[in-house]
Design a protein around this ligand. Structure first.
Ligand SMILES: CC(=O)SCCNC(=O)CCNC(=O)[C@H](O)C(C)(C)COP(=O)(O)OP(=O)(O)OC[C@H]1O[C@@H](n2cnc3c(N)ncnc32)[C@H](O)[C@@H]1OP(=O)(O)O
Length: 385
């Protein structure tokens, strides 16, 4: 894993349907400035900048990184863009951490974002070019058959997705940055909303958000001098797999299982449910909570929905998932993976505010993207490895 690396600064924007008050550059700068402030640093203290966002067609803005160097103080410094579809926020953080772990840089600024109001990602994933047929309507249309296969395979009762939606939306009420805040959210409210992509109802899907997230990653030396507690990186892992191949298991993707096994090995974890204190996991549609519980080895195959039903993943359960309200409550796609990683870091720094998991010392951040074919994960902890 190389040299020790820690998160010493986290900055988030509020996540909203439309941030018409700022340009894309202004949005990023807001998150980056907050991360620098948290780390007690200025632009000059940063050695390199690593940015990430989801595919350009989601916003209809091509290669924004080409004009963002000045907004991010990158003039005269190395700057690069990472690109792994929806998992990009996680992969971007991992690439940035690698620059510190390799000994190349002392302090790296990493930023991920999406300004979805500039376009419409759901339609971008729907309308194909002339003379061929679109098979899906948005990401929900693509993932719904995978969810139906999960339900058929596991025998999960129909209300499981509803329980996740209620839990994550209740958690979002405690997060000042969350996009969707629905006071009094209940099962009845979720069940009364229209079915968008069977079995995903309106209140079981993520919104489309504008927002950015930034982190400052630092060497051991730089972390020692930071004003606030660091979150030490205990393991990182990325995996990818082709979107189509015979026998591919889209319910329990091999790439996700392999990445989880790798990151647990690095962090010395053999029983994630017992040894982790909380997890921020990429759940854009409610049913992905039980599916990822199984993919990430928190339980055996076919058992994930039982953990959800028993309340194990609630804020007061034995393994809280998405205390921040998760992707279901805010989804600026390119930023969402980094938000998971940053929220995991806030938890082990004891800085998660109202949605803090009491005494959290080890947390998982997770992202996935493309056709559930890119995976990025890290484990962070309060204690230096
Ligand atoms: C790897 C991945 O990330 S896969 C996931 C990728 N992302 C997606 O698939 C996005 C899925 N969501 C959508 O496509 C859309 O948000 C839809 C279809 C659910 C709703 O579409 P629209 O009604 O056109 O939403 P629009 O963005 O214009 O928002 C209208 C209002 O509804 C709210 N809203 C949007 N989605 C939701 C939702 N799922 N639940 C509750 N409220 C919502 C918005 O906050 C907004 O309210 P505001 O004006 O008070 O801010």
């Amino acid at each position: 894993m190389g040299n020790p690396c820690a998160v010493i600064g986290v900055g988030q924007t509020e996540y909203r349907t439309r941030r018409l008050d700022v340009s894309m550059a202004g949005l990023l700068r807001e998150a980056a400035q907050r991360a620098l402030q948290d780390a007690g640093l200025d632009w000059d203290d940063i050695d390199a900048v690593v940015v990430g966002k989801a595919p350009d067609l989601f916003e209809g803005v091509m290669m924004p990184e080409a004009y963002l160097a000045d907004a991010l103080g990158a003039r005269g410094k190395p700057m690069m863009r990472v690109h792994t579809a929806g998992s990009v926020g996680g992969s971007t953080a991992i690439v940035a951490a690698g620059l510190v772990q390799s000994g190349l840089h002392e302090r790296v600024l990493t930023v991920a974002w999406e300004k979805q109001s500039e376009s419409n990602a759901t339609w971008a994933l729907t309308v194909n070019s002339p003379h061929n047929t679109s098979l899906v309507v948005g990401a929900g249309g693509y993932f719904a058959p995978h969810i139906r296969a999960y339900i058929a395979r596991s025998g999960a009762p129909a209300h499981i997705g509803t329980l996740v939606a209620v839990k994550d939306r209740q958690n979002a009420l405690k997060n000042p940055y969350a996009h969707l805040k629905i006071p009094g959210i209940s099962r009845e409210m979720v069940e009364a909303t229209p079915m968008l992509w069977e079995p995903i109802r309106y209140l079981e899907t993520c919104p489309s958000s504008d927002g950015a997230c930034a982190m400052v990653l630092a060497s051991e030396d730089a972390a020692r001098r930071a004003p606030k507690p660091p979150a030490w990186v205990l393991g990182t892992s990325m995996r990818s797999e082709p979107i189509f191949f015979a026998g591919r298991d889209t319910v329990l993707p091999q790439g996700g299982r392999d990445a989880a096994a790798d990151v647990y090995r690095q962090a010395g974890i053999t029983d994630p449910r017992r040894e982790l204190d909380c997890a921020e996991v990429y759940v854009p549609f409610s049913w992905y909570e039980p599916m990822w519980l199984e993919n990430l080895g928190f339980c055996g195959a076919g058992e994930g929905w039982k953990l959800t039903e028993a309340g194990a993943t609630a804020l007061d359960g034995d393994i809280p998932w998405n205390p921040s309200g998760g992707v279901l409550s805010s989804n600026p796609i390119g930023a969402s993976g980094m938000i998971r990683f940053a929220e995991a870091a806030l938890q082990v720094r004891g800085m998660a505010g109202e949605h803090q998991v009491e005494g959290a010392r080890r947390a998982l951040g997770h992202a996935y993207g493309g056709g559930a074919q890119f995976f990025a994960m890290w484990i962070v902890g309060s204690d230096k490895p």
